[in-house]
Design a protein around this ligand. Sequence first.
Ligand SMILES: Cc1cc2nc3c(=O)[nH]c(=O)nc-3n(C[C@H](O)[C@H](O)[C@H](O)COP(=O)(O)OP(=O)(O)OC[C@H]3O[C@@H](n4cnc5c(N)ncnc54)[C@H](O)[C@@H]3O)c2cc1C
Length: 389
Amino acid sequence: MSKVVVLGGGFAGVEAAIFLRKEGFEVDLVTPRPYMYIYPTSIWVPVCESDFAGVCIPMDELEKVHGFRWIDDEIVQIEGKNRKAIGKKGEYGGDFLVVAMGAGKIEYEGQEYFMSICGAPDEAIRMRDELDRLVTEKRGGKIAMGFGGNPKDSSAVRGGPAFEMLFNVHHYLKKLGIRKRFELTFFATMKEPGKRLGPQALKMMDIFFKKLDINRHFGKKIKRFEEGRVVFEDDSHLESDYTMFIPANAGHPVFKQSDLPLSEAGFVLIDEYCEVKDMPNVYAIGDSAYIEGPEWRAKQGHIAEVMARNTANNIAVSSGKKVGKKESYLPHLNIICVMDSGDGAAFVYRDNKRGLMIPMPIVGHWLKKGWGWYCKNSKLNKIPRIPGL
Ligand SMILES: Cc1cc2nc3c(=O)[nH]c(=O)nc-3n(C[C@H](O)[C@H](O)[C@H](O)COP(=O)(O)OP(=O)(O)OC[C@H]3O[C@@H](n4cnc5c(N)ncnc54)[C@H](O)[C@@H]3O)c2cc1C
């Protein structure tokens, strides 16, 4: 039986392992994380709307249900030409290699002074504990949340969770009856954050910020973070007792210790079938890969999963195991997001023709909750999978 080694156990890696097993391959999945982390619902951990285990799918359960082998190791180097990865505990090679290790982050001076909902999973617990301290000990203060850009790759910018996190914190403080004691500010390095979602979304965000009494601080580059403040390029600063910031993604640091071809921003260069350029039988998917397409394109979980399913199909086709055609990820490029606010959500959609933002008070929140439940239970085969979801 041909063997595939999958590096990473997030949306991309787990979906690839599941579908490669369906195609009849032997699969080794290497990740040091004993769970698949459901990033989209992790926004509820800091506001105590979900516990940490609620946004994790145990890797040993996934392994048992789908019949792949989970190897608990951290990869430090990749030799694509030899279809081999070197970990801290061993070396892993197969007939095919699938790189699905997510992304790295743009680095900032003083980054120890902010927390990020898009960072290591346990950051969400730190955010919860720090928010609890602010609420119970200080019972008031300044909260600043924002996101930054990547001038080398617009698809690597992740702003949605920053909006969601701030709206959720607003709702949480309101529920506790202490919202008026806090000053909330949204900051972003670009002049029009959220612009790629289309003009309607921009207008609606503006309405939301005004309605919820959230200050805006846009269009200034960040010089550094300090304790209790964000310092901008012109040396002006924003005071904050609690700073949440999402740096844009950059290539995973391990890719620099590899022979993989990389984009200017450090993502793995692939063709539309997710095959790494000039490297036969090596694939890269999800946040690890450079995505081609329009300026508004974004690295998202559902794109990671499309790439993973396509890769399983494409490996089966190119190895002669299956008769069919290779599948491209390009026709699936769009932005789909249910942007949660704690007491509702907005459905966001963007493709080449349109940009939509539809408010969904109350029901939107429960829709996203329902998706989180579906994601977990369908991956564990406890409920049937809806095709394409
Ligand atoms: C807060 C938040 C909210 C989001 N909301 C949405 C949303 O509503 N809709 C949407 O479509 N997308 C959303 N996204 C984006 C989505 O979560 C990502 O696009 C998706 O997680 C990418 O999947 P991935 O498998 O490529 O990377 P990841 O999910 O980051 O997984 C990477 C995997 O690689 C492993 N790994 C890392 N380094 C190594 C190493 N050295 N060796 C071995 N393994 C390694 C990690 O442990 C992990 O298992 C959100 C993201 C965040 C952070």
